[in-house]
Structures are given as C-alpha cells and as structure tokens.
Ligand binder design. Sequence first.
Ligand SMILES: C[S@@+](CC[C@H](N)C(=O)[O-])C[C@H]1O[C@@H](n2cnc3c(N)ncnc32)[C@H](O)[C@@H]1O
Length: 288
Amino acid sequence: MTVAARPAAGAASAEGRGVGRRPQPGTELAGRSTGARAHLSVVRLPGVYPVQRDTWLLADVVRRELTDGPASSSRVLELGAGTGAVSAVAAGIAGSRVTAVDLSRRALASTWLNAHLRGRRVRVRRGDLGRPVAGERFDVIVSNPPYVPAPTDRLPEHGAARAWDGGRDGRVVLDRVCDQAPALLAPGGRLLLVHSALNGVDETVRRLAADGLAVDVVARCTHPFGPVLTARAALLEDRGLVAPGVRTEELVVVRARRPGVTGPPREDDRRAGEHRSRPSGRSPCPIT
Ligand SMILES: C[S@@+](CC[C@H](N)C(=O)[O-])C[C@H]1O[C@@H](n2cnc3c(N)ncnc32)[C@H](O)[C@@H]1O
C-alpha cells in the first residue's frame, strides 16, 4: 500500500509525475505528509492511479462548486474513482452523498479506505462508468477519465495503464463520459470533467453542448510532460498533437450544466450557457 500526499506549494510532486501518469510501484510511503497537510494523505493499493495534478485540479474545483452558494444537499457521482481522493473531498462537504464507480476492485477498496479513514462515507460501485448507477440522478458528476493518447484505440483490459490510456486521441472513455452524463444529471446538475487540452477542449464542449448542456471551462493549468507523455512525445508530434519540441501540456476542467434549477440561482448561473473563451479559472496553478 502506498500513502501519497498532495505536494506542498512550491514542492516537487511526491509522484514526480507532472502529468505523466506513472503509478508508483509497491509499498512505500510516498510523500509522507507532516504538519498542516497530514490530513491530505491518500492511501493507495498497488496498481491504483496515484493522486496527481489532474486529481487535485479537479478536487479543488469540486470543493469550490460544492461550497459556493447556499448550502444544499448534493448527490455526487465520481466516474473512475481511483484512490477516491476526489470522492473523499466531496464527502467531507456537509450535505453531500457520494457514490464512486470504478472498474478496479483495488481502486474501490482504496476509495472506501480513504473515506473511512477520514470518517466519511462513500458508496462504492464496481462497473463500467454509469452502468452501476443506471436510472439514478446526480446533482454533481465528477470524472478524471483515462485520456492519454495511446498507440491504438484498443483500451487495456488490465493493468495500471487502464487508468490513463484513452485510445489514439485520448477520447475513447472521455467521449463516453460526455455522452452518458446528461442522462445521469438531475435538472440543474453539473458535470465536472478534467482532461488534457491534447484531447481537444472544443470537442468536449461541442459534444456536451449538443446534448443541451451549458458548458464552460472553469480551470486550466500547464505542466511539463511526465514520464508517459515524454515516452510518447514522438507519437504526439507525428500526430500533430504537439509542436516539435513542446513538452508541456495544459489540463482543463470543463463544467457542463443541465438546464433546470436545483436551488436559488448563483452568480455564475447567470453566465452559464455561454462557452467562455476566457476561462474563469486561469489563475495560478493550484498544485505546484
Ligand atoms: C485517471 S484515473 C483517475 C482516478 C481518480 N479519479 C483521480 O482523479 O486520481 C482513471 C480511473 O478510471 C478508472 N476507469 C477506467 N475506465 C473505466 C470505466 N470504463 N469505468 C469505470 N472506471 C474506469 C480507472 O480504473 C482509474 O481508476
């Protein structure tokens, strides 16, 4: 089992990943936290995707979305929970009822442990994206799906790469999340989806808007390539996904809101419906 911690501001990532999506092997204590950040330690069974920058970028947006505005109860669904770090953050917010889905038993065990260790409750369900919760409705759906462009469109059925390989353009699972979300969202509900700009943000916006959702980009962050993307740099250049020599990637969090009202309108509700070309979240990277 591994325990990872969110790196302190200015510190190197405990995983040394950047955005490279390389899980740490085995049983070490990675990034053991002390002092103020001890509460952020995350337990991880072997083979489970470690908390990384995309995890925390999404977690920060989720926390903000669930705490802004008037307090209300929220049914939260995480698709592809991994360690459950994001689910644990959501479950710590008063009024949230969180369900976490993953294909991996170890991911769900890690998710349960991470919630339990914090005295929080997360319902875990094993299966393919929304299938285990078909027929239910959620106020907030969060997802950090596998999105790294891969040599082929064939997704790994086993092993750690299942957490990051997303087919040739990285969109195989991402598109399925976009397509399933509208039916799982309650009126006024929101999807919060993190992925790489390498996958094409416009395509995500187009798909979600085509289903009648109001879409905007609420956070962006640029990082150096980690090990997996570095190893695939030539492939990315060949496909024109990065310019020659570029070794940085932008992460985005896309928010898509289903029409309808679940509570009193908030300031940003009035702006929903437009795809803002200037994202609201291009502030300093929350995880550096
Ligand atoms: C990039 S990891 C993200 C984990 C975690 N949410 C985080 O942000 O750290 C993607 C997760 O999705 C899971 N996954 C991949 N394909 C899936 C599918 N079709 N249905 C459910 N989970 C899936 C993987 O097992 C992995 O745990």
